[in-house]
Design a protein around this ligand. Structure first.
Ligand code: GRF
Length: 190
């Protein structure tokens, strides 16, 4: 399957998915055909380039959402992705973006999307001293973290006494779960 990965920042999930296509659970199942960012200076974009992935950027700053999304979707369609993989892509998608890829856009959220939506999910878990949280991979619809859940995995947070430790444990699970959820989806079809 052809994957387009979208990011706005660091790109650690992008890295995990790319590695999985090279030497992990996505080997012989998927290839990353483009890493795209709405932030031309996103560190993740540079990291993707260094890994040999094709990259593309379109600045979203100052643009009207529907216009930007239509342009971004048109750009991505040139790469003919089977799946659009959101990996820290800090935008809510408008119908102009979702429609061409409906049912084929995935996101990873660092909490149970039934309990927490939007930003700062690790802070939420830490501030509430949750003994565990749940990483969620889900299909994207027009809501904020509302689409059908594809996979979830619990993170044990007992004894995690700093936010950094909560994030470290969570991200380790994210990196594993995203590639595995993609592999399962590709095997069963969209
Ligand atoms: C991750 O925690 C992901 O779950 C959330 O945004 C963060 C992105 O981190 N949607 P990275 O850019 O993949 O390192």
């Amino acid at each position: 399957a052809r994957l387009a990965i979208l990011l706005s920042g660091r790109g650690s999930n992008m890295l995990a998915v790319v590695r999985a296509t090279q030497t992990g659970v996505l080997r012989e199942l998927a290839e990353v055909v483009v890493v795209f960012s709405n932030k031309p200076d996103a560190p993740g974009l540079e990291a993707a380039g260094a890994l040999g992935c094709p990259t593309a950027a379109l600045p979203s700053q100052g643009r009207k959402r529907a216009e930007f999304d239509a342009e971004a979707a048109a750009l991505l369609q040139q790469y003919r992705p089977d799946f659009v993989v959101l990996a820290g892509y800090m935008r809510i998608l408008s119908p102009a973006f979702i429609q061409p890829f409906a049912g084929r856009i995935l996101n990873i959220h660092p909490a149970d999307t039934h309990q927490h939506q939007g930003l700062h999910a690790y802070e939420w878990a830490f501030d509430n001293r949750l003994p565990a949280t749940k990483i969620t991979v889900h299909l994207v619809d027009e809501g904020l973290d509302t689409g059908p859940i594809l996979a979830q995995q619990a993170v044990d947070l007992r004894g995690a006494d700093t936010l950094a430790e909560v994030e470290r444990r969570g991200l380790a699970v994210e990196h594993e779960l995203y590639a595995r959820a993609l592999a399962d989806l590709i095997k069963t079809g969209p």
